[in-house]
Design a protein. Sequence first.
Length: 75
Amino acid sequence: MNRLLKGWSIFIFSIGGIVLLLIVGIVLLFHNFRVSLQPDENEEAKVKSQAEQYLLANYPTMKYEISGVEYIVGQ
């Protein structure tokens, strides 16, 4: 009986450790993915430049000011 109990406890601790590692890995993966979605200054400058070119080409007489770039995640 004692041998059976020892075998089951090793099995349960092994499964628990694997589950814990998977949870930590998933949390780190989502955190890394979220950080990579945040734009850097070069991307923001590129988007602003493209927006200005579009506005100038389609609405040459309109006065405008681009204050920032908003990224919508999930669409």
